[in-house]
Design a protein around this ligand. Structure first.
Ligand code: FES
Length: 145
């Protein structure tokens, strides 16, 4: 066994709320195309990104997530017309709330991934896992939910 391998690499737990119509399909297509994406991501399918409330994000953090992703349809492509307009209004407020309660807002990311953007899904999840890995475990920030 190679003793020089660092056994203490932090593997963050990421909860990803994925819109059924775009981002979940994008994730599915990434899997079908055998694209590499991190195993750290726990996908939660929601019908629209506008369905994701700040309470749901906070519950994910309270349940032990080190980072939370919300991925939805691009603006103009929401299957409920303006669900993602609600998302884009809510999420900056959520970032302020996270900051206020002592969670680094970098632990939260909102992005748009269509069903045709499997490579983007893989890229966004990889980038986010690296960002959160760099921040370390959420418990080390002193936040105890
Ligand atoms: Fe995808 Fe609304 S249906 S963001």
């Amino acid at each position: 066994m190679n003793q020089s391998i660092d056994q203490t690499i932090f593997e963050p737990r990421i909860v990803a709320f994925l819109c059924n119509w775009c981002s979940y399909a994008g994730a599915d297509n990434a899997g079908i195309a055998r694209m590499e994406s991190p195993a750290n991501v726990l996908p939660i399918r929601v019908m629209c990104s506008g369905r994701v409330s700040p309470e749901m994000v906070m519950r994910a953090f309270r349940s032990g997530a080190d980072g939370v992703l919300v991925l939805g349809c691009h603006i103009g492509d929401c299957h409920y017309i303006n669900g993602n307009h609600r998302t884009i209004k809510r999420m900056p407020l959520l970032r302020n709330l996270l900051s206020y309660i002592g969670i680094n807002p970098e632990r939260f990311r909102l992005d748009w991934v269509s069903s045709a953007e499997a490579p983007k899904f893989a890229q966004v999840t990889k980038e986010f896992v690296e960002v959160v890995r760099g921040l370390g475990p959420i418990v080390e920030e002193g936040w105890v939910g």
